[in-house]
Design a protein around this ligand. Structure first.
Ligand code: GLC
Length: 459
């Protein structure tokens, strides 16, 4: 790496190095540019990893890159392999893609729909992010013609068909398998994980804005409008946890039959995890990680909470209380590197059954309680949106002190995120992009306004 005057310059260098080109055009960013990459697929462009890169490009006026990316994803969506006995679900968008070059220098793009990924996990979040980025692009360029193009309208409809399709729903929340989003390994995140609900909510609002108001789209637009409302009320009521709600859960009646039941999910008070008692103050709260029949996952999944603030899925009061939780539990949730992905880690017997003994997800490592600097952008944005610039600044300072010296790792380990992740890549692109966004937001009020309107204003 060349010598840089500051960490922001170093981060920009990494971001530029990561640009993926196809026929001379930049179409995305590689997940990492570490010369000693541990896993080969980090040389691909992941849809979710591209989001922070895209935000930087949008803020810097390099909008063409986002257009290229959106078009590429659309073009390769038909590459999906179909399992025998199944039909292709056309609304599923790829997890990642790479550029292949043949002996004559001809380039092609190869998509991965999870069929090449470790554990064969389905990328449920990809289409959600794709649509959110589409809106961000249109809003920045003040030109909605891309979203209004026939092929884009068709893709929006296909995504909605898949994501609104009835399966075995018993609530407005969306049901997904394990590992279908950023946490793409087995971590007990099947069912109705918060992060997916927040993204789903953001996508529904986006789709309502992008889908042309035509007779053909009438019933779809009506349906998604209603789903936005039912999903929002459901999350705000049932996922929310503060002292008052904890008291209610502590004394819940169970085994209730019929439509008048109060404890509709039949949550047993015994489910309350030991660590929760005494952890919340009367000023803090958060949205729990997952919810289902007889199930409440009390773990704090920070990204889902931050996205809920940014998309307006959490109420203003809830958003304030979530930021107070970060403030009061700073050592646990931010510590030596923002931001802890989930708190607390599953350990012992619980680790064994939650992860099925995955050594990469050992307690306080990787997805199981590691600290991920790529989440800094969402933390900074949510802190600023709730009037807590003080927290945003503190987090950026902590990150800035270490990221360059530690060579931009993918994640950190330990209760406080003190150790560079055992199997972390260096030169991780979304670590660098996230740092740049946070810096732009805090340094430049203009950038902040543009960012809020580009990414989240309609929410
Ligand atoms: C890991 C992360 C996933 C990310 C990928 C590439 O698998 O869990 O969220 O997209 O690495 O960085």
């Amino acid at each position: 790496m060349p010598k840089f005057n500051n960490s922001v310059e170093a981060a920009y260098y990494l971001l530029n190095q990561s640009k993926m080109r196809f026929q001379g055009k930049v179409i995305g960013t590689l997940a990492a540019t570490d010369p000693d990459l541990i896993a080969p697929n980090y040389q691909e462009c992941f849809v979710r990893d591209f989001v922070p890169s895209a935000i930087v490009f949008l803020l810097d006026g390099q909008t063409e890159i986002i257009k290229n990316f959106l078009e590429v994803v659309l073009a390769i969506k038909d590459q999906q392999l179909v399992m025998a006995g199944h039909q292709r679900s056309l609304g599923l968008l790829p997890a990642s893609f790479k550029v292949l070059k043949d002996a004559n220098g001809n380039e092609t793009i190869q998509a991965d729909f999870g069929d090449r990924a470790i554990g064969r996990v389905a990328p449920v979040d990809s289409a959600l992010w794709w649509m959110i980025l589409l809106r961000a692009y249109c809003h920045t360029t003040e030109d909605y013609s891309l979203a209004h193009r026939d092929d884009f309208q068709e893709c929006i409809r296909l995504v909605l068909e898949l994501y609104l399709k009835e399966s075995f729903e018993t609530s407005p929340a969306m049901l997904v398998p394990d590992g279908s989003f950023m946490i793409d390994r087995r971590m007990g995140v099947y069912g109705h994980p918060l992060e997916i609900q927040a993204l789903f909510y953001g996508m529904l609002l986006t789709a309502h804005e992008l889908l042309i108001d035509s007779p053909e789209n009438k019933s779809l637009r009506k349906m998604l409008h209603t789903r936005v409302q039912t999903l929002r009320s459901y999350v705000r009521i049932y996922y929310w946890l503060d002292i008052e709600r904890l008291n209610e859960i502590h004394r819940l009646k169970t085994e209730e039959f019929g439509h008048e039941a109060v404890n509709v999910l039949n949550i047993y008070p015994e489910i309350i995890r030991d660590w929760v008692d005494g952890w919340l103050s009367d000023k803090s709260g958060y949205l729990v990680g997952n919810l289902g029949a007889g199930r409440m996952d009390f773990r704090v999944f920070t990204f889902g909470n931050l996205l809920s603030i940014l998309f307006g899925l959490a109420t203003d009061d809830e958003s304030q209380k979530i930021m107070v939780l970060f403030e009061e539990r700073w050592e646990e949730l931010i510590g030596d590197m923002p931001v802890k992905i989930v708190y607390p880690a599953a350990s012992g017997e619980r680790w064994a059954w939650v992860t099925d003994k995955d050594p990469k997800n050992a307690p306080w490592s990787y997805h199981n309680g590691g600290n991920w600097p790529c989440l800094l952008w969402a933390f900074t944005a949510a802190a600023i949106a709730t009037g807590r610039e003080d927290l945003a600044k503190q987090a950026i300072n902590i990150a800035g002190k270490r990221l360059t010296t530690d060579n931009w790792p993918e994640y950190y380990d330990g209760r406080k995120g003190t150790l560079v992740g055992r199997r972390a890549n260096h030169h991780q692109t979304w670590t660098a992009a996230s740092y740049i966004i946070s810096h732009l937001l805090i340094q430049n009020p203009d950038g902040l306004k543009r960012f809020q309107s580009v990414m989240f204003k309609c929410y």
